[in-house]
Design a protein around this ligand. Structure first.
Ligand SMILES: [Zn+2]
Ligand SMILES: [Zn+2]
Length: 117
């Protein structure tokens, strides 16, 4: 299920909700991640993509999380700090950027907002 290549280095299943396998992804989010993948020239591991209501509650996400509309992804990349990754993501145009201990949250909101958990 969802084992479909949606870009050179991404499959749809990487973005699916872990509980129900449903998935939604905005093309702008995918384009940003593809660009980031090219800039980094190394794999991007998606730790959280789309979330249904239940999953968002389980992980205690914001009630209006961008994850619930396919506009956000949490990522991890080997051998690069979360801060450096955040700066690169901002350079290529991501607007929602949240630094967490073990992942970087990226979303495609309209106005720049950066935070550190
Ligand atoms: Zn689910
Ligand atoms: Zn997130």
């Amino acid at each position: 299920m969802n084992n479909i290549r949606i870009a050179k280095n991404f499959k749809l299943k990487e973005f699916q909700c872990p509980c129900c396998k449903r998935v939604m992804i905005d093309s702008k989010l995918l384009e940003g991640l593809v660009l980031l993948r090219i800039m980094l020239n190394r794999p991007i591991y998606i730790t959280s993509g789309y979330r249904c209501n239940k999953e968002n509650e389980r992980v205690k996400g914001y009630k209006t999380s961008y994850h619930m509309v396919g506009m956000a992804a949490d990522i991890k990349v080997k051998d690069i700090s979360i801060r450096d990754l955040a700066d690169i993501a901002q350079d290529i145009g991501f607007k929602g950027i949240g630094e967490y201990k073990k992942h970087l949250h990226l979303d495609i909101r309209e106005i720049l907002y950066r935070w550190v958990d």
